[in-house]
Structure formats: C-alpha cells, structure tokens
Design a protein around this ligand. Sequence first.
Ligand SMILES: Cc1cc2nc3c(=O)[nH]c(=O)nc-3n(C[C@H](O)[C@H](O)[C@H](O)COP(=O)(O)OP(=O)(O)OC[C@H]3O[C@@H](n4cnc5c(N)ncnc54)[C@H](O)[C@@H]3O)c2cc1C
Ligand code: FES
Length: 269
Amino acid sequence: MPHIVNCEVLTHRELAPGQFRVALQGPAIASEAKAGQFGMIEVARGYYPFLRRPMCFERILADAFTVLYKLEGEGTRLLSAFLPGQMISVQGPLGNGFPIESNLTRHIIVAGGIGVATFPGLAEALIKVCDTAPEVVLAARTKDLLLCEQDFREMGCKVHLATDDGSAGEKAYASQVLERLSPAPGTRVYACGPMIMMRETSRVALEAGAECLVSLEAQMACGDGVCLGCVVESKHESEGERMIRVCCDGPVFDARMVDWEAHNFAYDP
Ligand SMILES: Cc1cc2nc3c(=O)[nH]c(=O)nc-3n(C[C@H](O)[C@H](O)[C@H](O)COP(=O)(O)OP(=O)(O)OC[C@H]3O[C@@H](n4cnc5c(N)ncnc54)[C@H](O)[C@@H]3O)c2cc1C
Ligand code: FES
C-alpha cells in the first residue's frame, strides 16, 4: 500500500561527478518496500516542476532507504540541493519489485550506468533468501561512472567490471561479459540500464536458456497506473491490450514480454 510521507534527509553525498546518494528516513515506506520497487520524489514544493520524479530504492533499512541518482535535468538538479535535516515528500513503495526465488542455481546481476541503482537492495535480498551472493557485471561508459563496486564486494559478490573505453575492467559491453560468464538453464539474469543494453543482455541470457528479468524506465506522471504516460509495447496481448504500464505492471518484467523492436533506440541517451 503506497504512502505519501515526508522523509528527513539523513545524508546526501556526491559519489562521482553528477552522481549522488541520498539517505531518507521513512519508516512507513522502508518497512513495506522491497528490492526493485521505487518511490515518486517531490523535488520541490509548489507547481514547478509539477511532476514527482521516479527513483528506485537502492538499499532498504528498517526505517530508512537510500536512493542513488544521476543528474539529468531540472528535477534531479533541484533534488541535489537538499541538505541533511530537510524534508522530502516521497510516494511509495510503488511497482512490483524483483521476485526472489531460492530454487535457481545461479543469479547474475547486469548493471549499466545508473541502472545499478536498483541492485544493491536486490543483492541483499538474494543473500538473505538464497544464502548465496549473486555475481555482478558492472558496466559503464568510463571508470568514474562505475558505482557500488565496493558495496557489492563487501556483500561477497564476485564483481566483473566493464567500461566502453577500457578505463576499468574489460573494454567490453555488459552483454559481452555476460556471454563469457556462460549463463545456462537454472540461471536468472537481472538487468537494468539503457534499453539497448537490456535488449542485448536479455538476448544473450535467453539464447543460453537462462531466465531474464529487466527493470525498465519510462517517463512517469502519476506513478500508480492512471495516466498511461509510462506505457511500453509488449509482445503479448492481455485483454486486447499490447501496452504495459512500467509503473504498476513493472518496472520489473520478464524480458520475453518486452517488444524490443517496437522501441525507438534513436531517442536513447
Ligand atoms: C521506475 C523508475 C526508477 C528510476 N530510478 C532511478 C534511479 O534510481 N536513479 C536515477 O538516477 N534515475 C532513475 N530513474 C530515472 C529518473 O526518474 C529520471 O532520470 C528523472 O526523472 C529525470 O528528471 P529530471 O527532472 O532531472 O530530468 P528531466 O528534465 O525531466 O529530463 C532530462 C532528460 O532525461 C530524460 N528522462 C526524464 N525522465 C526519464 C525517465 N523516467 N526515464 C528515462 N529518461 C528520462 C528526458 O527525456 C530528458 O532527456 C528511474 C525511472 C523510473 C521510471
Ligand atoms: S505513470 Fe501514470 S500510468 Fe504509469
């Protein structure tokens, strides 16, 4: 059941150029949130900007949660100005979150850029339920943009780094690293990042007979299923409808459901 609550900023730090972590005190949200869910953050009081901004929960504690975010535009610029002690209104928890199943033989997280933001909480949940740390492929354009490497290592995850320019780890795309890790039936791959990276990652996983879950992004207005602003095309028809809502049907989907070819990759950053 989503709440709208004022959360106190506990800490707020720039981790890398343009990439921040904010910790928010919010027991009502934290006590119900699960990995893969998100909150709609009010970045300013009043009518500008009018819409809240969707952000995943990075880590979920007993009475607080963290959010990892990248400066994109006006909303995230305003968010970055909040200081410890100030209050931020958050609506959440929203969305479906990741299913956690202990009967799989292998779990591989594949994170591209700021897409990593949803995964520390997932790694913690997998360790708790499955008693085994997932492997992590951490990919970004360049070394400075690789986030959470230490956090995953401290959890006991085996981390594989990849950068587009070779400044850290392999000079490779995330999907190429995944291919070398030889996913197989019994493996579940979890991917979040740019659409083209999720398309390629899911292709590699599915061709190998593994399962693949993707956490999608879309521009959102309401965050709870009403405005249809966040729809993406699905391969499957449900009740005569081929559009799925990222906010409430997702953001986590079985990669086989997503109609990757219907997406216009020309508009991706
Ligand atoms: C479920 C969900 C969870 C998310 N979690 C995170 C997170 O944990 N950390 C994080 O940094 N970002 C996350 N995002 C993306 C984040 O919501 C956008 O980056 C943010 O809303 C941009 O707001 P802005 O006002 O700074 O930029 P705007 O001025 O609104 O936009 C700047 C640029 O970003 C693009 N953009 C805006 N919103 C989105 C969006 N939702 N998805 C893709 N592109 C967008 C615009 O088209 C424009 O090109 C998430 C998005 C979704 C849907
Ligand atoms: S954001 Fe309104 S329906 Fe998804």
